[in-house]
Design a protein around this ligand. Structure first.
Ligand code: PLP
Length: 295
């Protein structure tokens, strides 16, 4: 059993039915060179990606991730991905993994080589970092101004807000700034004081029995983990709400989390250096759900 699998994928146009999808993948050694120097993904970050958790042999919410890949492609004017092909690539990679353990599976669709005829695509899956301690003890976060108003996505669609593009240098810089300020993670806010999202996660707050998250206006990525948790919470009778959330509400919540596909639910213990209400038992229950097989 391999714990790392890399597949180079020859993209099949959406709508084309192929019965030999396996012949469109080529397994390569992840430590050997595989991309050309003219790749626009590496030169310009011009492409899109998804990161899916594989937990005990199950790719979590694969369909939701594939739908978001398709949406990102639409926003970035990339050729529409053939979701059946990607689904088959995921199945092939997962079949090679051990039956137990947590893995991070990344799908990448790039605009391809400069002046080249076709997009480049690949899948890479490797063991996930061990987040069990973080899930139990929680995280300290700082709020960082992202510089965009809530309506920026509609006003300036060329900023590609709402797409999961490969241009994550800003998101990584925000994480470094958070570390410099003695925290583990960040929450982006608008200049006029509204909560957006983390650099690699969605924000969920609980006030009483109402769970809320910022409305996915297009300026933030609509998180698959947040959507999955909301469906689960609604099924247990809790109320959920998409709405505008002002920054001070982070401090008055009965509990708050950053949620994402691989780290899952990380309870927030401090915001900008001040302690906030942290619910360890509830965080454990949310992660028990997130660790169970989900489609
Ligand atoms: N927002 C941003 C900017 C992200 O990069 C991510 C995930 O990487 C998320 C939200 C959470 O999305 P998901 O729950 O689908 O992992």
């Amino acid at each position: 059993m391999a714990s790392t699998v890399t597949l180079l994928i020859e993209p099949v146009p959406a709508g084309e039915t192929r019965h030999d999808l396996d012949a469109t993948f080529r397994e390569v050694d992840a430590s050997a060179p595989a991309l050309r120097v003219g790749e626009l993904s590496t030169q310009r970050g011009d492409g899109i990606f998804e990161t899916i958790a594989v937990i005990d042999g199950h790719a979590q919410e694969a369909r939701a991730h594939l739908e978001r890949l398709r949406n990102s492609a639409r926003i970035c004017e990339l050729p529409e991905p053939n979701l059946e092909q990607w689904q088959a690539a995921i199945a092939r990679a997962v079949a090679s993994l051990p039956a137990e353990g947590e893995f991070a599976l990344k799908l990448v669709l790039s605009r391809g080589v400069e002046h080249g005829p076709a997009p480049t695509a690949w899948l890479h899956v490797a063991p996930a970092a061990d987040f069990s301690a973080v899930r139990a003890r929680g995280i300290r976060v700082v709020t960082l101004d992202r510089g965009y108003d809530r309506d920026t996505a509609e006003r300036a669609p060329w900023l590609l807000l709402g797409a999961k593009t490969l241009s994550y240098a800003v998101n990584m810089a925000a994480l470094r700034e958070a570390k410099r300020r003695g925290a583990d993670d960040a929450i982006f806010v608008t200049p006029d004081g509204y909560v957006m999202e983390g650099p690699t996660s969605s924000v969920i707050l609980r006030h009483g029995d109402v769970y809320s998250t910022p409305a996915p206006s297009g300026a933030i990525l609509h998180g698959t983990t947040q959507q999955s948790l909301f469906e689960h919470l609604e099924a247990t009778g809790a109320r959920t709400d998409y709405r505008d959330i002002r920054v001070p509400e982070l401090g008055t919540a009965d509990a708050a989390w950053l949620v994402s596909s691989v780290r899952l639910a990380a309870g927030i213990t401090h915001i900008d250096g001040s302690p906030v209400a942290y619910d360890a038992d509830e965080t454990r229950a949310l992660n028990d759900y997130l660790l169970s097989p989900r489609d």
